[in-house]
Design a protein around this ligand. Structure first.
Ligand SMILES: [Zn+2]
Length: 212
């Protein structure tokens, strides 16, 4: 069964998803990374995405779904996928559900729950690599990126106002999707207000019955 990961910004879902997927040999679909990868490719779709991103527009629902469909074709039968960053709003959830049905794939949603207070605290103290954009939590004390050795900086959009806007968007757009999956019994929750190791342990426990 596939996993669809949900969590407010600062919930650590990217990190947790990566750790979990690696241990279980699950393929990760990360919407942002997938878009950046495609935008740099010399394909028709790549050029389309690049021009949209460069113009500062959001890539449409149709394009995101086209990307997932392309990605899905590369998955070997019997391999599970962890989706990170999709579906983000109701409109996407409806298309996502239809697409998964068409592909014959089933999924369980997982919400990594944190309080807004924790989200704000984590987001205002995290840093990012100036070069490769790897994100580092406040607990990471070195000043250089582990991956490329470049200097870590505070993200420009990690100020209180921008964070509030992002958290509000999560409440208004993504929460209805989470509630929809909860009402369909397709959603479990894990307490994200603890260390990476403890969240990982809880994720393992919560998902053990869903992974064959
Ligand atoms: Zn780096």
């Amino acid at each position: 069964m596939d996993i669809v990961l949900f969590g407010m910004q600062g919930s650590g879902k990217g990190t947790q998803g990566k750790i979990f997927a690696e241990r279980h040999g699950i393929q990760v679909f990360e919407t942002g990374a997938e878009l950046r990868k495609l935008a740099s490719a010399d394909s028709e779709l790549g050029k389309k995405i690049k021009s949209i991103i460069e113009a500062g527009h959001l890539v449409s629902n149709e394009i995101v779904m086209e990307i997932i469909e392309n990605f899905a074709k590369t998955i070997k039968l019997g391999t599970n996928v962890l989706f990170d960053g999709i579906p983000r709003k109701m409109e996407q959830a409806e298309t996502f559900d239809a697409l998964m049905k068409k592909l014959g794939r089933d999924f369980i949603g997982v919400l990594i729950e944190i309080s807004e207070e924790t989200a704000i605290k984590r987001l205002t103290t995290r840093r990012i690599c100036g070069k490769c954009k790897e994100v580092y939590p406040a607990q990471y004390t070195k000043n250089e990126c582990e991956k490329c050795g470049s200097e870590l900086v505070t993200r420009k959009d990690d100020n209180a106002e921008a964070i509030n806007t992002r958290l509000k968007a999560f409440q208004q757009e993504t929460m209805p999707v989470i509630k929809k999956y909860q009402s369909e019994n397709k959603m479990i929750s894990v307490n994200g207000d603890q260390s990476i190791q403890d969240v990982d342990r809880d994720l393992e426990k919560a998902l053990e019955n869903y992974l064959s």
